[in-house]
Write a protein that binds this ligand. Structure first.
Ligand code: SF4
Length: 540
């Protein structure tokens, strides 16, 4: 055993290496990005396991299924909204006879620090009827990653490891063990477990329901779900259920609470119904402290037969949105909020997010704004990435941001609904993630709209990961859709080209068919980083 300081994300990555994975896949997205970054760096230094970014979360999940199919262990990572993209293979994979352990590490973002919504991935785990583990600190994150692979191979299901931002992005000392060997390569002799034809899928679903009983029994006995202080025969006014980081906030208040409060901590799902019933039988009221949606709180009514007061997010005892905070939990427990020491003169000015000075998107947006002029009927859709900041002043260049890849489809819809001047703006990585399929639709219909691909050669927003295909190949791919070559244009977003860029964009907006403009200039942050790295390598 040795001690290492790790981020929560890094604890997952190292846990997966020590569990003997042969591969890891993912798509960058805060707060999950550092998991695969760690593994890509690990592969560079040690030669294995294979680790790679994919076009999107769905392809990453499908790659992972292929590794598991041939008997090897595999990790797949994404953020919570990415799981929506991977939902199809993910939910179906609950019906597969998973062989090599498959663990999905998904990082939720309560409080929406850098996300479009707060969704709670535990619901997805429940929907797919698989096990979910929810660590509350870095040590548990490491240990639960190892355990998740064991459980995946024991129950032949994928296992979800659910993190949240505060855990993913904070560091602590972690005691780590030795690396296990990889599984050997082997194909299943019985293929039914991997064939979701209706006849076999029906049987696989019955098998999953049988496994569900075993999973319930396992979760009911698991030491990951400890029930404390509920002594039989005694009735307590209050009982507590915590999950994930909720336990840390509760534990902070223990010195001020009665030592007699029964408490059930849940970090392994499906919910341990037997322990929940035992707790409820000993209490008059239960407060549920969980990070994310009120999943446990909503389920209690269906699990408990007796009428018991349940408090939490649904009745306003805890805030319904955002992250849990120590003060919110104190208030829920009937304790006074702590007096925080205020530092006079330390108030920081508000700093709204903004595009970096010299960002290529600034020049592209200025050219689009000028091309559109004061036409208030024009529509400019956009997407997820740094360029989403073009919604803010002083640019106010875009009008929609919904989900990865939605900009092109939304622009198509607006154009087909009769809007005359429609522009979709999308980054190169988002285009390859899931914008391209909508461009295929638009090319088939020759929809009168202009797609501007903001090609900065990197996944800028998540820290500069490589895009799946370089600019030259993206161009050839667009040409392959048989869009009129006269209306596939390139611009270089620089101040000196402002007038020419405005003219090209205006011409294409007025073209009564589909046009694509690729605006090509590298992200300056990535360019600076690469220059620095090259200089360091030159010195070495
Ligand atoms: S990181 Fe790159 S793409 Fe993002 S705002 Fe900064 S310069 Fe622009």
């Amino acid at each position: 055993m040795s001690d290492i300081v790790l981020l929560g994300d890094e604890a997952v990555a190292l846990g997966a290496v020590h569990a003997g994975i042969s591969a890891a896949y993912g798509y960058p997205g805060t707060p999950s990005t550092e998991i695969l970054e760690f593994l890509i760096d690990y592969k560079t230094r040690h030669g294995a396991p294979h680790a790679a970014w994919c076009s999107n979360e769905k392809t990453a999940y499908e790659d992972a299924l292929g590794v598991s199919f041939v008997g090897k262990r595999v990790l797949v990572t994404m953020k919570h909204v990415g799981l929506n993209v991977a939902a199809d293979p993910f939910v179906n994979s609950g019906l597969l006879n998973i062989r090599g352990g498959l663990v999905l590490a998904v990082a939720d973002d309560p409080g929406m620090h850098s996300s479009q919504n707060e969704q709670d991935s535990r619901f997805f785990a429940e929907f797919a009827k698989i096990i979910c583990l929810e660590p509350r600190n870095q040590q548990e994150t490491y240990e639960m990653t190892l355990e998740a692979f064991e459980l995946s191979e024991k129950f032949h299901i994928p296992v979800m490891l659910r993190l949240v931002t505060r855990l993913a992005h904070s560091r602590a000392i972690v005691k780590v063990g030795a690396k296990r060997d990889e599984n050997s390569l082997s194909k299943p002799e019985e293929k039914r477990g991997w064939m979701l034809l209706p006849a076999t899928a029906r049987q696989n679903y019955l098998d999953l329901l049988e496994k569900e009983k075993e999973m319930l029994a396992w979760a009911g006995d698991s030491a990951r779900n400890p029930l404390e202080n509920a002594r039989g025969g005694k009735k307590y006014p209050l009982g507590i259920i915590t999950s994930g980081l909720g336990r840390n906030y509760y534990d902070e208040n223990l010195p001020e609470l009665s030592s007699e409060i029964p408490r059930l901590h849940i970090s392994a799902y499906p919910l341990p119904r037997n322990k929940i019933r035992t707790l409820a039988a000993a209490c008059e009221r239960i407060i549920v402290i969980e990070e994310g949606y009120p999943l446990i709180e909503e389920k209690l009514k269906g699990i408990l037969e007796q009428d018991i007061t349940i408090s939490g997010k649904l009745d306003g005892t805890l805030p319904r949105t955002g992250e849990l905070t120590p003060d919110a939990v104190r208030r829920a427990l009937g304790l006074e909020a702590r007096q925080l020491r205020s530092e006079p003169g330390m108030e920081l000015p508000g700093r709204p997010p903004q595009l970096c000075q010299g960002c290529p998107h600034i020049d592209t947006y200025q050219a689009i704004n000028e091309a559109i002029g004061d036409d208030s009927h024009a529509v400019v859709t956009s997407d997820i990435g740094c360029y989403a900041l073009g919604a803010l002043p002083p640019y106010r260049a875009i009008e929609t941001i919904v989900c990865m890849g939605a900009s092109i489809g939304m622009a198509k819809g607006a154009a087909e609904a009769g809007v005359q001047r429609v522009v979709a703006t999308i980054g190169d990585s988002t285009f390859l993630h899931s914008g391209i399929t909508s461009l295929v639709d638009a090319a088939a219909a020759d929809t009168p709209m202009t797609v501007v691909i903001l090609d900065n050669g990197t996944v800028g927003m998540t820290g500069g990961q490589e895009t799946i295909l370089p600019t030259s190949r993206v161009h050839r791919m667009i040409e392959g859709l048989e869009i009129d070559p006269a209306h596939i244009r390139s611009i270089t977003p620089l101040k000196k080209n402002a007038e020419e860029n405005r003219r090209i964009i205006a011409e294409e907006i007025d073209h009564p068919g589909l046009s694509v403009i690729v605006s090509i200039r590298e992200c300056i942050e990535t360019a600076k980083r690469d220059k620095k790295k090259a200089a360091q390598e030159g010195q070495a």
